[in-house]
Design a protein. Structure first.
Length: 489
């Protein structure tokens, strides 16, 4: 009697499964067993930890196509045929692929069957995970569209609101809250981004509610409210992932605290330009101490001291605390970059050119601090802040030059499209923007030798720290000189 099993190797991507398969069972039953075996391996805790993959994204749930086994010579095995009918022997290599990716013979016996199989493989069957994803997708689009239309109707409204406006406000907030709930549930991986519908809706609603306040006060409170509204969206997007969106949460909370502090100071009678000038050193300090603060805030040094004392520390605990430390440091850096951009935007609208000098010093510190980080997510943000800041400062200096370096009679935010700014102001800002972009491409795009790069980093690191530490007291001295001497003489 012949052996009822055949020993083969099944390949799927980078995985290999050596298994004995029955010769007389239909291929569709064998495929289900093979997929189940590979799925158990790929979603095991050890494999998930090594790959950093989400255990919910398995090959049985994430893929919407039909799996088939195929031979390089004979092509895809018919689902209703047996391995014996296809001449599979011991030691053969089978490939588990989607039907449209499987190896096929150059000629077919049944053209209509091939047409049907091709169309079936190209279609997403409306069942199982596909149906669930489609239903939630339609619901998400409908809710997002409702929130957008309701918010658009509120943008130009002012207090007191009419009954219709209150209804539109309720519709927008309710739709955004439901989207946040869907993002927190995250039945499908793409749903985790639905929570970001909340910040725009809250931004429109808070803009309407704060429209009666003066400009400097309303902008500060508006930034604080929108930053806080972004926190649940970031939490929902990072739920179930390493660090859980801690970087975004730290950045939003820090930005909200600073914006609320500025708004409160302005409400107490302080000048918005003076507040930004006096606080221009804060982003520089945060950029200097962010890595060490991130380490201490997460408790990682405690584990390191335990390990130095000879105590064993779990690998999972070290990785968890290290990821949190990195995320907290990155979030603090993002917050510092956002605060720096806001300060430059405010000082570029100042009536006096002395505030432009302070903004220029802040720009230099932000650009130099790129050397202190290796994360592309931090360097890219600092690059963006530096380029935008340079453009705003260039346009502001043209305004001050046109006024003869005297205080502007009508200061304001010139970089808004509706602002009455001179043509040459925009020419200077645009030219500065283009030049900075070209310089960034020329300096950072080409790959350099590692030895040369290390030498350059060592030199720039020394200059970076010294200049940044020098600029902190220099900014305070410049603002003090202007406020207590220049402005009174």
């Amino acid at each position: 009697m012949s052996n009822p099993f055949v020993r083969v190797s099944v390949f799927h991507g980078q995985r290999q499964l050596d298994v004995s398969l029955p010769m007389a069972r239909p291929a569709v039953d064998i495929v289900a067993d093979v997929v189940d075996l590979l799925d158990r391996y790929e979603t095991s805790p050890d494999t998930a930890g090594e790959q950093g993959a989400d255990t919910r994204s398995s090959i049985t749930s994430a893929d919407t196509h039909t799996w088939v086994l195929s031979l390089p010579k004979t092509g895809a095995i018919d689902p209703h045929a047996t391995l014996q009918e296809f001449g599979v022997q011991d030691g053969d290599k089978l490939y588990l692929t989607r039907r449209e990716e499987a190896a096929h013979t150059p000629f077919v016996d049944d053209a209509l069957a091939e047409v049907r199989s091709t169309i079936d493989a190209a279609q997403w069957g409306y069942s199982g995970e596909v149906r669930s994803s489609a239903v939630f997708g339609v619901a998400a689009v409908a809710l997002a569209f409702s929130a957008f239309l309701a918010s658009a109707g509120l943008w130009v409204q002012g207090l007191p609101l009419s009954l219709k406006s209150w209804f539109l406000l309720g519709v927008a907030i309710a739709a955004a809250v439901v989207l946040v709930g869907l993002a927190a549930w995250s039945r499908h991986p793409w749903m985790r981004l639905l929570g970001f519908a909340l910040p725009p809706v809250v931004g429109v609603a808070s803009w309407v509610m704060l429209s009666s306040l003066p400009g400097p006060e309303s902008v500060g409170w508006w930034v604080a409210v929108v930053a806080l509204a972004t926190v649940p969206a970031v939490w929902a997007a990072g739920r179930g992932r390493p660090a859980g969106g801690l970087a975004g949460i730290v950045a939003c909370c820090a930005l909200a605290v600073v914006a609320a502090g500025v708004a409160g100071a302005v409400m107490a009678g302080a000048n918005i330009y003076a507040v930004c000038a006096w606080g221009a050193w804060l982003p520089i300090l945060v950029l200097l101490i962010a890595p060490s603060v991130g380490l201490r805030a997460t408790g990682l040094p405690t584990l390191i001291r335990q390990n130095d004392a000879g105590d064993a520390v779990e690998r999972a605990a070290i990785r968890q605390f290290a990821r949190r430390a990195e995320a907290a440091s990155r979030g603090a850096t993002w917050a510092a970059a956002a605060i720096a951009l806001g300060i430059v935007a405010c000082l570029s609208a100042s009536p006096v050119w002395q505030h432009g000098v302070i903004a220029l010093m802040l720009l230099i510190a932000v650009v130099l601090r790129q050397n202190g980080y290796a994360d592309a997510r931090i360097i890219s943000v600092l690059n963006l802040v530096g380029i935008l800041s340079a453009a705003m400062i260039a346009g502001a200096f043209v305004r001050w030059c046109q006024a003869g370096w005297h205080p502007l009679v009508r200061p304001g935010v010139w970089w808004l499209p509706s602002a009455p700014a001179d043509l040459w102001v925009w020419v200077a800002a645009t030219t500065s923007l283009c030049v900075c972009l070209l310089v960034m491409l020329a300096l950072q795009l080409p790959s350099r030798d590692e030895v040369q790069q290390a030498r350059s980093a060592r030199i720039v690191s020394l200059i970076d720290v010294v200049v940044s530490l020098t600029l902190i007291p220099l900014i305070l001295a410049c603002q003090g000189l202007y406020q207590y001497y220049w402005a009174t003489t």
